[in-house]
Design a protein around this ligand. Sequence first.
Ligand code: XMP
Length: 526
Amino acid sequence: MTNIHLNKILILDFGSQYTQLIARRVREIGVYCELLPYDIGDDFIKDFNPKGIILSGGPDAVTLDNSAKAPNIVFELGVPVLGICYGMQTMATQLGGQAISADKHEYGFAQIKCEDNQCYLLSELRDDTHNITKHALLDVWMSHGIKVSALPEGFKLIASTDNCAIAGFADEKKHYYGLQFHPEVTHTKQGKHILERFVVGICRCEKKWTTDNIIANLIQNLKKQIGKSNVLLGLSGGVDSSVVAALLHQAIGAQLTCVFVDNGLLRLNEGDEVMQTFANNMGVKVIRANAQKKFYDALSNEDKPEAKRKIIGHAFIEVFEQEARKLDNIKFLAQGTIYPDVIESAGAVSGKAKVIKSHHNVGGLPKELKFKLVEPLKELFKDEVRQIGVKLGIPAHILYRHPFPGPGLGVRILGQVKQEYAGILRLADAIFIQELYNHNLYNKVNQAFSVFLPIKSVGVTGDERRYDYVIALRAVETIDFMTARWARLPYDFLDFVSNRIINEIPRISRVVYDVSGKPPATIEWE
Ligand code: XMP
């Protein structure tokens, strides 16, 4: 069995919004890496035994006395070190160089100039293959207000821009490198090559972190951890729990039982699709708990958003527990925790969407059920989870679906939730999403959905005036879901969708499109 963790890179996080991207790029290259707070402690770093260390960017200013510093051990281990943005600046000042506030803050595109043969890290890279001069001009992404002004001893200049004389430096004997720009961001066209040169060429990591190797390892570890015991999984139909179900099914077959709670707040035909995919096609043991009435009853007198969320969370735990108690000999509870959840709960990274998963985590189960946890995805990023899902035969439309909140339509029906409203909203949303697919727009936006507004607005059909409900359409473009821009969907498309919704679904008089960004608005309407 390939040891997928044999060569590892340690990324010390100084709090940049791009730090997770560094980790994702390194993993895409085929090398395992972990992301830890920059002040994790010397012993930990030593025990981690990295083949190389990357110091991330961050919001601090090295010109201040008490700015965040890389632990000295980083420069004592004798392994290659790459400092990016803040990481470069702190490396420079910690090793005897200098940094100053830049007269001009640089944010966005820049072009670095680097000479061939000056340094392996950047040598002979070209954005434009027709550029055959001995130096390259590479498009890069910059984001800084401080710059390195004097090189530490033993270092040489390897890249510069018009505004930043020292945009890259290296001490090739010690294998220390600094880049003022962000190679992890896709706007830096050669970024992945640069990281690959560092990780593979300089740190000499072998590419063992591949989807096939990861799956083989996960299955072997699951078999070892679980033995002959039985495992319970709350299957929501989302990406993470779906991939856990498929993995466990491969690892332990009939020892896995999934519980799928239909809370009446799912999308059109979602419950049937989950059963079709997992129970019928893949042969996974899935119990469908039809609890729609319980949820509607529990929600019947509540119109406040937070209270609705709590009710839905509690009802979920109750149903799940009821089903769990019917099963014999369950020793393990499987969960779809992924690496960003782990990083966020450890507080290692700032600026990342805090996706609220509390009720999906079934963390509120009574202690006497005494389940041990199985969390096979906890080392993986979402894109890695999806790739595993593809290999395990989960349909692409499940794996590449937009995010759907745990409380489902409960947060998309404003005010009191009623079965009638859920029925109307489901139909409207199905039309919107179907047409996004039909017009090749679904994958151009990061999240799209419909919202039910329980107000009556006037409409006219034939000669008759009618007072019916309003549907709001929402579509956003976002990277991290912390900020979002409303998607500029074509007017003709919106016109088409609006006509279909009003004509095909009774009780809707009006369709509106949400043109609010986040902030100040949020993505969901609640
Ligand atoms: P907001 O509305 O806060 O949403 O801008 C940001 C992202 O989080 C999703 N969201 C949730 N996801 N459980 C989830 O798993 C929840 O309770 C929940 N609430 C919001 C939302 O759909 C958007 O993608």
